[in-house]
Design a protein around this ligand. Structure first.
Ligand SMILES: Nc1ncnc2c1ncn2[C@@H]1O[C@H](COP(=O)(O)OP(=O)(O)OP(=O)(O)O)[C@@H](O)[C@H]1O
Length: 290
């Protein structure tokens, strides 16, 4: 009971020294209702193991990812959160000596099946990294980049439409509409991260992976990204790696706790933070390790 209260306090509280408000002004309970209907599954992982050369980084991970909701991956440093995230769009393929076993399906289709077009997969599964990484191009060209490569725009006005819609969805349009041809790298860190989200959205992904998307940002920019995640979940499936348990509690509906390469526990976020079933989860969320 004491632990319950402590963990509830941790999850609902604000980041120490950060002061980030709860996203969209909604209460913790409203955001993570335990009684909400589960959404259909977007992705499933079954018995997923990852090896970097001889070293095994993930052990038999089984995880269901619901559509139109946010799944947070939490756990101590080195537990395999980013490794798992990268499995979902086969980014691990780009690291020499990496081997993935098991099965990962997106909409019921094995994403590791021979012959699958990885470029197309990465358009369906967008990624936003810890450090904003705009291309050294204009704001417009950053967002237009993927649409051009994938031939999504029939003509110039189609492309302009894609760029403006994506910037609007990323809550950046009003700040940049008069400077679309200035360099993306000239924006603030928070704006750059929203530009990267707009770039990801521009190719109409179904799943968006975010690897600590706010960890390089100040509290105000962090709050904007959290609000944006909250809005995006209405139309997209989002999986986010975060070191901040408060952030996981604010933005996610489901939370998965990793430890030493194992997925220890996954469930509704409120349950994970108030009534975890595994002692390791409890130890982590009460700050005993990590
Ligand atoms: N490219 C790589 N080559 C070899 N080992 C790696 C590589 N990337 C990650 N690892 C190892 O795999 C394990 C899981 O790493 P991973 O980055 O997935 O953890 P994480 O939970 O995301 O950590 P953090 O929270 O610190 O980012 C760690 O032991 C790490 O050292």
């Amino acid at each position: 009971m004491e632990n319950d209260m402590k963990t509830r306090e941790m999850a609902t509280g604000q980041d120490e020294g950060n002061g980030t408000p709860a996203s969209s002004g909604r209460s913790f309970a409203e955001n993570q209702r335990l009684d909400r209907e589960p959404n259909p599954l977007k992705a499933t992982a079954r018995d997923v193991c990852v090896f970097y050369g001889e070293k095994q980084a993930l052990f038999d991970v089984n995880l269901d990812v619901e559509d139109r909701s946010v799944t947070a991956l939490i756990g101590p440093s080195g537990c395999g959160k980013s490794t798992f995230l990268r499995c979902l769009n086969r980014m691990n393929d780009t690291i020499a000596g990496t081997r993935v076993t098991g099965r990962i399906e997106l909409d019921g289709r094995d994403i590791y099946e021979p012959g699958l077009d990885v470029v197309e997969l990465r358009a369906r599964v967008g990624m936003v990294f810890q450090k904003p990484n705009p291309f050294p191009k204009s704001i417009f060209d950053n967002v237009a980049y993927g649409a051009r490569i994938h031939g999504l725009a029939g003509d110039k006005s189609d492309l302009e439409e894609i760029v403006s819609t994506s910037l609007q969805k990323a809550s950046l349009w009003n700040e940049v509409k008069d400077r679309l041809h200035e360099p993306g790298t000239g924006l603030s860190g928070g704006q750059q991260q929203r530009l990267c989200i707009a770039r990801a959205i521009a190719v109409s992904p179904e799943l968006i992976l975010m690897d600590e998307p706010a960890s390089a940002l100040d509290p105000i920019a962090t709050a904007k990204i959290e609000e944006l995640i909250d809005e995006l979940k209405e139309n997209y499936c989002i999986v986010i790696v975060t070191h901040s348990m408060q952030q996981a509690a604010r933005v996610s509906q489901r939370t998965a706790f990793f430890h030493l390469g194992n997925l220890v526990e996954v469930g509704p976020t409120e349950q994970i933070f108030t009534n975890p079933q595994d002692q390791r989860t409890l130890d982590y969320i009460t700050g005993r390790f990590g």
